[in-house]
Ligand binder design. Structure first.
Ligand code: GMT
Length: 383
């Protein structure tokens, strides 16, 4: 198939999922065209079957807000026409779904009148936060209803979308995935662990875009409690609006020598795979991709019981969950599991087995392929 993919190309789970999906589909022989304002971050080098089309947004003094969604719609239509795409797959409804809807309408109305179905994948904040802003809700609902296929990354997000948006479409749940052959605890990566911790220390990790929903201050609070009982260090991977507050809290608590803020990183898996525990105390996660990537690397996730997280983590078996804001309980779980090497390693192995059982890309990519085929079969070839 020839598939156009649009996503937010910078750091953020939806862009990561979209890019990894494109890469996996390309390896399986599909022709993939990324259409976005910059090259997706995990798209590092030239890859067979992968094309990237940049969306240029004209700046003009009259445009206080340059109309990216219109430029995107135009580029989507152009690329679809030129490369004879079979369908578009947009990740994150706002504004990508609206742009795809416009591109589809333009192509249908202009000779030679191509039919271009589009699939929208809902990731979370497009529904839970942004979509609930009254100014975005009607257009988001409309573009979801106009989609030829809609998927959600968890059962939770599917149910929430159906309830909040009162949408009649079928929403297929296709969960996020991880490449289990690339995300694993490689012995040669473990050798690098000594750059961060000594032999008698434990290593905790947090990975996010440091937005308020991630509650990064709770990460520092949890680590503060763990560090009082267990010699340990914390790696903070990523960047975003709450980073300086977290750095300041670490200084105030006298932890600055034990916490490394690494910023945005390219080789996430090599950093994840050397850790013992991953902290994800988010206010909300529709899925929690960081936890899945950690689990594949045998890192025990300690997270909040929110959104789609209970679908991913089996409490007490493949990780731990506590209520949002309950840093005492999350710290207690971390101390318990980090105090016992064999329990820690056994839970890490069960975490990987949990990831492998349901979420390896080898299991999930065929679900997307099947879904595309279903959408194409239901769509007329030309209008
Ligand atoms: O919340 C974020 O960090 C960004 C957001 C995104 O779209 O990039 O994440 C959402 O999508 C991820 C990938 O599907 C999920 O793993 C996250 O759980 C989800 N975030 C929320 O629901 C808050």
């Amino acid at each position: 198939m020839k598939i156009g993919i649009t996503c937010y190309p910078t750091y953020g789970g939806s862009g990561v999922v979209a890019t990894e999906l494109g890469l996996e589909l390309a390896r399986r022989g599909h022709e993939i065209h990324f259409i976005s304002y910059s090259q997706p971050i995990r798209l590092t080098g030239p890859e067979p079957n992968i094309h990237y089309h940049e969306v240029e947004v004209t700046r003009y003094p009259l445009f206080e807000y340059p109309p990216y969604d219109l430029a995107l719609a135009t580029r989507m239509a152009e690329v679809s026409q030129l490369y004879e795409l079979d369908l578009l797959h947009v990740h994150y409804a706002i504004p990508h779904s609206v742009s795809a809807m416009l591109a589809k309408q333009m192509l249908a109305a202009t000779p030679p009148r191509r039919h271009l179905p589009f699939v929208t994948t809902l990731h979370g904040t497009d529904i839970t936060l942004v979509g609930l802003d009254r100014s975005y809700l009607p257009i988001t609902r409309f573009s979801i209803e106009q989609s030829d296929g809609v998927t959600a990354i968890s059962q939770y997000l599917r149910n929430r979308t159906l309830n909040v948006f009162d949408i009649k479409n079928h929403i297929e749940v296709i969960p996020n995935f991880v490449n289990c052959d690339e995300y694993l605890r490689k012995p040669e990566w473990l050798e690098k662990r000594s750059e961060y911790v000594s032999n008698d220390e434990r290593l905790l990790v947090h990975l996010s875009n440091f937005r308020p929903v991630k509650r990064v201050l709770d990460v520092i609070e949890i680590f503060d409690r763990v560090r009082k009982k267990i010699p340990s260090k914390l790696l903070m991977i990523g960047d975003g609006p709450d980073r300086s507050q977290a750095e300041w809290l670490a200084v105030q608590k006298g932890l600055h020598e034990h916490v490394s803020f690494l910023g945005k990183q390219d080789q996430i898996r090599e950093k994840l795979a050397i850790a013992d525990v991953l902290l994800m105390p988010s206010e909300l996660e529709s899925f929690g991709l960081a936890a899945l990537e950690g689990m594949a690397c045998e890192v025990v996730p300690i997270a909040t019981r929110c959104g789609g997280v209970p679908e991913l983590i089996e409490h007490g078996v493949t990780g731990f969950m506590a209520d949002v804001g309950d840093v005492e309980t999350m710290a207690r779980y971390a101390i318990e599991v980090l105090s016992d090497e064999s329990a820690l390693r056994a839970m890490g192995k069960r975490a990987r087995a949990g990831a492998q059982e349901k979420y390896c890309s080898s299991k999930i990519i065929p679900l997307y392929e099947g879904f595309y085929r279903k959408v194409l079969a239901q769509s007329p070839k030309s209008s």
